[in-house]
Write a protein that binds this ligand. Structure first.
Ligand code: MN
Length: 263
């Protein structure tokens, strides 16, 4: 059998499972809310072009309006000033869009502390158990936050201080950008940075360091609990928007199930 025939057979038998990591995209999709004086992006909305009616008797279709950074989406380097000379979303190499995925699970810690920050020590601890981060991999940060994804208030978890959602420390963001062999980070929250990261130094360090290093982000992932710590393949499909700073994306994982699928 060819390698692709083997893959198809594995998907048919269930030895390789396909898991959808994307959140459904609708008018109810939570969208990041920046405080004044910053401008905010548009929520998802649609208007009818025709609906099997006079405007188009045999067809239905809609016009969409939404920000690039709405729902499960991809951050390209040019999204941030530190990466402004980098790639736009249409230029991202395909090899980065289909790549190994590893999962670091801090959902228990985040349930205790919504302001939990991932540190370099947590990744070193993970590496002692699971081996080094694979070259060219996506680091998926499991926080359990996706369970709140259908309740905007719980998802933002904001008080007078601002949103309280987990993220990555400044030191860890710099390390992931400059030292780790990853192509990007995927998170369950509305953005790749912690809720309170506007007051970090630098502000929004994941955006600042990773996009500045030509790496990528993916947000609002779901179903990370269905992935093992290592061994999955991520398939992320942002739209090839020319000059785009990001794009809503379908994100899938190919996940080994059972003994025969594991290394
Ligand atoms: Mn974004």
């Amino acid at each position: 059998m060819t390698v692709l025939a083997q893959l198809l057979a594995a998907m048919t038998s269930g030895a390789v499972d396909i898991v959808d990591l994307s959140a459904p995209l609708s008018e109810r999709t939570p969208v990041i809310q920046l405080p004044p004086p910053f401008a905010n992006t548009k929520r998802f909305s649609r208007t009818v072009v025709s609906h099997y009616d006079d405007r188009g008797p045999a067809w239905a279709w809609y016009d969409l309006e939404l920000g690039e950074h709405v729902g499960t989406h991809f951050d390209a380097p040019i999204h941030w000033i530190s990466g402004r000379e980098g790639l736009d979303v249409s230029q991202v190499p395909l090899r980065s869009l289909i790549a190994p995925a590893v999962v670091i699970d801090k959902s228990a810690e985040c349930a205790e502390n919504p302001d939990f920050l991932l540190e370099i020590a947590h990744i070193e601890e993970w590496e002692q158990r699971h081996g080094r981060l694979p070259e060219g991999s996506w680091l998926l940060f499991r926080t359990g936050w996706s369970a709140r994804g259908d309740d905007e208030q719980a998802f933002f978890n904001a008080d007078a201080q601002g949103p309280h959602t987990p993220g990555v420390s400044v030191e860890c963001a710099r390390w992931l950008a400059e030292e780790a062999p990853i192509v990007g980070i995927g998170v369950e929250t509305v953005g790749t940075d912690a809720g309170l990261a506007a007051r970090f130094d630098p502000p929004f360090p994941v955006h600042h360091y990773l996009l500045g290093a030509g790496k990528y982000g993916i947000t609002q992932l779901r179903n990370l609990d269905q992935l093992p710590p290592t061994g999955s393949i991520l398939v992320v499909a942002p739209l090839p928007i020319v000059g785009g700073t990001g794009s809503p994306a379908r994100v899938l994982a190919l996940v080994p199930r059972g003994e025969e699928a594991r290394p």
